[in-house]
Design a protein around this ligand. Structure first.
Ligand code: HEM
Ligand SMILES: *[C@@H]1O[C@H](CO)[C@@H](O)[C@H](O)[C@H]1NC(C)=O
Ligand SMILES: *[C@@H]1O[C@H](CO)[C@@H](O)[C@H](O)[C@H]1NC(C)=O
Ligand SMILES: *[C@@H]1O[C@H](CO)[C@@H](O)[C@H](O)[C@H]1NC(C)=O
Ligand SMILES: *[C@@H]1O[C@H](CO)[C@@H](O)[C@H](O)[C@H]1NC(C)=O
Ligand SMILES: *[C@@H]1O[C@H](CO)[C@@H](O)[C@H](O)[C@H]1NC(C)=O
Ligand SMILES: *[C@@H]1O[C@H](CO)[C@@H](O)[C@H](O)[C@H]1NC(C)=O
Length: 328
């Protein structure tokens, strides 16, 4: 009898889950997902992120970017963390570029010691990104949790799905649309470039042989252009400089003020304000954020939640990895 009613309960449950799968997949993430199973999850991640940033300020930027590059490829499923030469780490937008994997490992080790097999690597990236922004002086928001880890990395998906700094703004918008994000998300999330560094290889296209009519990108401030030419003159494409040279380590709205002054570093930054496609779609949002830290912070937090909701694995999909670098 008891078994029969359990089975019919299970049948009902499956009907509900399968019938409304696409809807429940979103709503299954919750802010208190680990409240019982790992109540110290937040404080453990917070402590590790804080000490990593105290050791190296840039780590805040690197951790924030990891969450973005995870979510845009097969959803937020920790796939970027998987090792292997055919993994996402070796995709063009990531190789010699994304960093922070050791910090994620140390967080994972601490969480496994505290509550084994409970907190997914995908959720670690979500929580780490939140504290990275907070400790850099940015907004705070309540993250949604309960993602599970994917079983595969997708290198070709990373190559095709992640935006490139050489993409026209319309292409960048299309890549965001492809994962359910809109033009407001493009501009708000690009504000992440208020912290962190970029390498000469990603912006030196603007510094010489730019076009048949102009050696230097005409939408780049000429003093900044000269500084960057000097910085990159050694020819080492790995030389880095700040994405927001005004307040490199502080999460503020200066990134947008820079764009008004033609001081965006990447072509994809300045294009939000200066390109023809940008003038049609993104420029007015840049102006709004340049004038209002409050509006930028509010929209950024909302867009981070929307990005964190990209195709999560939930329920019994995927797994909770024991080591973020390999599937169990
Ligand atoms: C809109 C399209 C975007 C493009 C084309 C783009 C491109 C880039 C590039 C080329 C770099 C420098 C990489 C290097 O030098 O190796 C970079 C760095 C960075 N990006 Fe983006 N990005 C975009 C959006 C985002 C978003 C949505 C976020 C996060 C919400 C983000 C966060 C960062 C951060 C924090 C860094 C600095 C990382 C560090 O210093 O380690 N980016 N991005
Ligand atoms: C501290 O940061 C440096 C880079 O600045 C890095 O080489 C080192 O591994 C970091 N140490 C810890 C304990 O994270
Ligand atoms: C990789 O990503 C592409 C583009 O999103 C997708 O079409 C493909 O199904 C993915 N492959 C795997 C193995 O997940
Ligand atoms: C993007 O989506 C958000 C949330 O639904 C909405 O508030 C915003 O107006 C949208 N932006 C555009 C440009 O459609
Ligand atoms: C950057 O350094 C890596 C090795 O550290 C090297 O393989 C790569 O070619 C360099 N990239 C550029 C653009 O110079
Ligand atoms: C950037 O720095 C300069 C000089 O310190 C200052 O005058 C300017 O207002 C700053 N701009 C922004 C956008 O913070
Ligand atoms: C910023 O706000 C001020 C006052 O509301 C306004 O006069 C100015 O045009 C705005 N600037 C931009 C770039 O939107």
């Amino acid at each position: 009898m008891a078994m029969g009613s359990n089975l019919s309960f299970l049948g009902f449950f499956l009907l509900v889950v399968m019938g409304f799968g696409p809807i429940t997949a979103r709503s299954q993430l919750s802010s208190d997902f680990y409240a019982q199973s790992c109540p110290n999850a937040f404080s453990i991640v917070r402590c590790h992120v804080l000490s990593a940033i105290k050791n190296e300020t840039r780590m805040a930027a690197s951790l924030l970017r990891l969450h973005f590059h995870d979510c845009f490829v097969n959803g937020c499923d920790g796939s970027i963390l998987l090792d292997g030469s055919d993994g996402e780490k070796f995709a063009f937008p990531n190789v010699n570029s994304v960093r922070g994997f050791d910090v994620v490992d140390s967080i994972k080790t601490a969480l496994e010691n505290e509550c084994k097999g409970t907190v997914s690597c995908a959720d670690i990236l979500t929580i780490a990104a939140k504290y990275a922004v907070l400790f850099s002086g940015g907004p705070s928001w309540r993250v949604l949790l309960g993602r599970r880890d994917g079983l595969v990395a997708n290198q070709s998906g990373a190559n095709s799905g992640l935006p490139s700094p050489f993409d026209p703004i319309d292409t960048i918008i299309s890549k965001f649309n492809a994962v359910g994000l809109n033009t407001t998300d493009v501009v708000a999330l690009s504000g992440a470039h208020t912290i962190g560094l970029a390498r000469c290889a990603l912006f030196s296209n603007r510094l010489s042989n730019f076009s048949p009519t102009s050696s230097v990108d005409p939408t780049l401030d000429s003093n900044l252009a000269a500084e960057l030419q000097s910085l990159c003159s050694s020819g080492d494409g790995n030389t880095t400089t700040a994405l927001d040279r005004n307040s490199t380590d502080v999460f503020d709205n200066h990134y947008f003020q820079n764009l008004l002054n033609q001081k965006g570093l990447l072509s994809s930054d300045q294009g939000l304000f200066s390109s023809d496609e940008g003038i049609a779609s993104t420029k007015s949002i840049v102006e709004t954020y340049s004038n209002s830290t409050e509006k930028f912070f509010c929209d950024f937090a909302n867009s981070m939640l929307r990005m964190g909701n990209i195709s999560p694995l939930t329920g019994s999909q995927g797994q909770v990895r024991q080591n973020c670098r390999v599937v169990n």
